[in-house]
Design a protein around this ligand. Structure first.
Ligand code: SF4
Length: 349
């Protein structure tokens, strides 16, 4: 840490520099910053923007439609993390498909889904693989285990993403990024050092009040130079080389591809897909899924929220037509979503 917590607080509250837009990329950062009351400490010149680090929020509508097609038409058992079940697709959510007879099973890890497939050879099981560098290694391990176990009834609908090219796509949305500590714990810090060369500033941080305040104070101090910068303010967890074992399993099982992000469109090289030796576990190939372009509610501004172009409470249906109980868009569904955080903590800024 470059400053003690009280020093960090002083730096933040006494800031009189130019306006700064700081994007907290990780949904957990968004929620912790609200929960800890850190937004209330910030002077008006500092604007925090909630970015696209919630995996459920950035998963496009067409992906939900693909999962529903697999469940209703191909009668696959869909295994997924809980949040995805309530995300609206073009016509319905997976919860809606369940009401029409689809078998949707909530799991806590990809390996649970592999185990379920092994125990139920009579069923075709599809795991919905979404998420970033943090969750991808576990999905890769599940595929490797399925191959070792000789499973013929198991596949993944892959929408895993990687962050570096998303930062480039969002370059103009923020003056500095609060990088997600969990992602950097896997990916390391070389990527952030590279981004400095491309004019992108940021600080990787953890999730405690002290870590978040310190990271914000470091951004304010380093921004004064006018030069791009990077600092690792989470060294107790993030090592420069990250987690080489997790990186190796990802490289072995998956390869980069272009992919769609809700609100950001296609970002080149920011997606992952299974490599050729694992193609038999690719649900899109196994079920010959057609290309599906989903459409979200015309009322929903998730796309703009995810780019920092508007705040959740700028959306006309925020807190009225759209609530965590009855979400219209993905950002209100997930606990990590910006709209959910604003709703839960009464955010206005
Ligand atoms: Fe979409 Fe609801 Fe957020 Fe509006 S409040 S942007 S409808 S998720």
């Amino acid at each position: 840490m470059e400053n003690s917590v009280s020093e960090a607080k002083d730096i933040i509250t006494s800031y009189h520099g130019p306006n700064l837009r700081i994007m907290e990329v990780c949904g957990t950062h968004t929620h912790e910053i609200f929960r800890l009351g850190i937004r209330k400490l910030l002077p008006e010149s500092i604007r925090l923007i909630s970015g696209p680090g919630c995996p459920v929020c950035v998963t496009p509508v067409g992906y939900i439609d693909e999962a529903i097609l697999l469940a209703l038409k191909h009668h696959a058992v869909i295994c997924t993390f809980g949040d995805l079940i309530r995300v609206p697709g073009s016509e319905m959510s997976l919860a809606g498909a369940r009401q029409q007879g689809a078998e949707i099973k909530m799991v806590y890890s990809p390996l649970d889904s592999e185990e379920y497939a092994k125990e139920h050879p009579e069923k075709n099981v599809v795991f919905l693989a979404v998420g970033f560098e943090t969750t991808t290694p576990a999905a890769c391990l599940a595929v490797k285990k399925a191959r070792k176990d000789g499973l013929q009834n198991y596949s993944l609908l892959v929408a895993n993403k990687t962050m570096p090219n998303a930062y480039l796509a969002l370059k103009d949305s923020a003056d500095a990024f609060l990088y997600p500590g969990h992602v950097n714990a896997i990916a390391g810090t070389a990527v952030c050092e590279e981004l400095v060369k491309k004019g992108i500033s940021g600080v990787v941080t953890g999730f405690t009040a002290g870590e978040l305040l310190t990271a914000l104070a470091v951004i304010l101090k380093l921004s004064a130079s006018g030069k791009p910068f990077f600092r690792n303010c989470y060294p107790r967890v993030v090592r420069p080389d990250g987690n080489p074992a997790a990186q190796a399993v990802m490289r072995e099982v998956m390869e980069p591809c272009d992919t769609e992000w809700r609100g950001l469109g296609i970002i080149r090289g920011s997606g992952l897909r299974l490599r050729e030796p694992y193609h038999s576990f690719d649900a899109r190939l196994r079920y010959a899924l057609p290309k599906i372009t989903g459409h979200s509610s015309l009322l929903c501004r998730c796309g703009e929220v995810l780019q920092g172009k508007c705040r959740p409470n700028d959306c006309k249906v925020f807190g009225t037509g759209c609530t965590p109980q009855h979400p219209i868009g993905a950002c209100m569904v997930s606990n990590e979503g910006a709209c959910s955080a604003y709703y839960q903590y009464g955010g206005t800024e």
